[in-house]
Each structure stands twice: as structure tokens, then as C-alpha cells.
Design a protein around this ligand. Sequence first.
Ligand SMILES: [Zn+2]
Ligand SMILES: [Zn+2]
Ligand SMILES: [Zn+2]
Length: 90
Amino acid sequence: MKINGGCTHIQALTTLRVAERRECAECVPIGARWVHLRTCQECGVTLCCDSSEHRHASKHAHTTGHPVVSSAERGERWVFCYPDGTFGRY
Ligand SMILES: [Zn+2]
Ligand SMILES: [Zn+2]
Ligand SMILES: [Zn+2]
């Protein structure tokens, strides 16, 4: 796949992981709500964005070291690397 822009983490992606469920895997068990969803490109888990109260995707990136997420929102075609703060578009 071709991704425009981004860091070495983003350019290293060969296939794009897509959300299996359109819900935050960590908000659902605690009854919390989210704003937007992101899918980890390392393990495939879908979690909530930094505009959400719990910022689970960001916490996941920090605790696991999985750097890159994709937007799981319909019509959005971009990936983001947390440690580098860079976007790539596809
Ligand atoms: Zn990176
Ligand atoms: Zn969440
Ligand atoms: Zn992950």
C-alpha cells in the first residue's frame, strides 16, 4: 500500500489493519463514551481518540510501545504516529 508522508514507522506499514468493531474496547466495559475511534496498526485493537475523556488509544501507545494508529472513522484515510507526532495519508 502507498502512504503519503509520515515517519519511518508509518512508511514501514505494509497492510492496513481496520476496525473489527466500531467501539472503544476499553470504554465499553466501564460504560464510558468516546468521540472518535483509532485502530492500532500493531495489534489491531480499536480505542478512543485524544478528544475522548479517557484517551485510550494514546495510553495504549505509551504503555505498549505500539506507535501507529489509523482513523477508524468512516471516510477518513489517515494514520498517525504517537512518538513522532506525524500523519500519513493513503
Ligand atoms: Zn513514527
Ligand atoms: Zn476509550
Ligand atoms: Zn496495539
